[in-house]
Ligand binder design. Structure first.
Ligand SMILES: Nc1ncnc2c1ncn2[C@@H]1O[C@H](COP(=O)(O)OP(=O)(O)OP(=O)(O)O)[C@@H](O)[C@H]1O
Ligand SMILES: [Mg+2]
Length: 357
């Protein structure tokens, strides 16, 4: 795979805020790369330094092997869709979308054809002649997207480009976007908060944390084998379940597992059904890892201390898990279950191993 763009030891500090801190990443040609991360982790900043709207504090950005870090924005051949649209307010939607083509001195006929084609795809054909200030947030967002997509730059940077569309329009726009990207072989760096979007669009997902990449891989990889409890907690519709205790004689370990890995037919683990906290099918199961040495491949539980049950200590609460089970259990019932798969983390939350039964 050819590397399209590369970040080499990139730093971006604002006074005391270290937004990017020795950031390194390679983006492949034709890749759909999604950037995920909590609010304020520097996703927008990453796109802004890439587009050249902000200077780097240190480091280099290479495009097709050439250092572009010092180039002004218009010499980078990058199209960006901004989080806040950044449309030209006294122009119509048509004029906004046509703007980059006009700058590139395309013929009137070609401009009209391209603008109408992309407007059709993004379902904004009927508002092309309106001034953009009169459009809804979702329409503005699609105009901004269209204005980027009529170009053929080396790379596209998209900052939550579908966030203002209602759910149905978003799903359609999403699949259109993916189609355009793959058909034209575009390279996308795409920021989103929407994990289902990340899951359906991304070739790879990069999770941003503390100024660097915490983990990069397919969405499935992040979901199933998060390198840290932090990623396990962050990725997925629901956080991964964590329970701490002793594992194979090693104290202070953390076991992480997804609900779908819980096997109710097995009896390696014992728990007590507690409050129903997360919706109809969700029962809070408290369990605790035993201190006994664990047999190969599996682990066993000590019985639950009944006194702790009625007056849970902080410690105990920490080692509780929430499992979404389809069967209905009465609160207080003792249940047995096993795990088809689990991840073992050290006390710092770093993955030691993934175990499959
Ligand atoms: N111009 C600026 N001056 C000073 N600090 C800034 C500036 N721009 C951003 N920051 C800070 O840098 C950090 C990263 O901001 P950024 O906008 O990149 O986050 P983000 O990941 O895009 O967040 P969100 O998901 O909310 O859009 C934040 O702490 C923010 O306050
Ligand atoms: Mg942002």
């Amino acid at each position: 795979m050819n590397v399209k763009m590369q970040y080499v030891n990139v730093y971006k500090y604002y006074r005391n805020t270290k937004v990017l801190n020795k950031f390194n990443l390679e983006i492949y040609d034709g890749e759909f790369l999604v950037i995920l991360g909590p609010s304020g982790t520097g996703k927008t900043t990453l796109l802004r330094v890439t587009a050249g709207i902000e200077d780097l504090t240190a480091g280099k950005i290479l495009m097709e092997g050439r250092d572009i870090s010092k180039n002004p924005p218009n010499k980078r051949d990058i199209a960006m869709v901004f989080q806040n649209y950044a449309l030209y307010p006294n122009m119509t939607a048509f004029q906004n979308i046509a703007f980059p083509l006009k700058m590139a001195k395309k013929s009137k006929g070609e401009i009209k054809r391209k603008v109408e084609e992309i407007a059709e795809t993004l379902k904004i054909a009927e508002v092309l002649q309106k001034n953009v200030t009169l459009l809804s947030g979702g329409q503005k967002q699609r105009v901004a997207l269209a204005r980027a997509l009529v170009r053929d730059p080396k790379i596209f940077l998209l900052d939550e480009p579908l966030s203002n569309l209602d759910a149905r329009v978003r799903v359609v726009a999403r699949s259109e976007l993916k189609k355009i990207q793959k058909e034209l072989g575009h390279t996308f760096v795409y920021v989103t908060h929407d994990q289902s979007e990340a899951g359906s669009l991304a070739d790879r997902v990069a999770v941003l944390r503390n100024g660097g990449i915490e983990q990069i891989g397919t969405y499935e990889e992040l979901l199933n084998e998060p390198k840290s409890t932090w990623v396990g907690d962050f990725i997925g519709d629901y956080p991964m379940n964590f329970t701490s205790g002793e594992y194979v004689g090693r104290s202070g370990t953390i076991i992480g597992f997804r609900d779908s890995w819980v096997n109710m037919d097995s009896d390696t683990l014992t728990g007590t059904v507690q409050l129903c906290t997360l919706g109809e099918d969700t029962y809070h199961v408290q369990c605790r890892l035993g201190n006994a040495a664990v047999a190969e491949g599996g682990f066993s539980l000590d019985d639950i201390d009944e006194s702790e049950m009625t007056q849970p200590t902080n410690n105990f609460v920490k080692s509780s898990v929430s499992i979404r089970v389809s069967e209905k259990y009465n609160i207080g019932a003792r249940i047995k279950f096993g795990l088809s798969k689990y991840n073992v983390y050290d006390s710092n939350g770093n993955l030691i191993e993934t175990v499959k039964n």
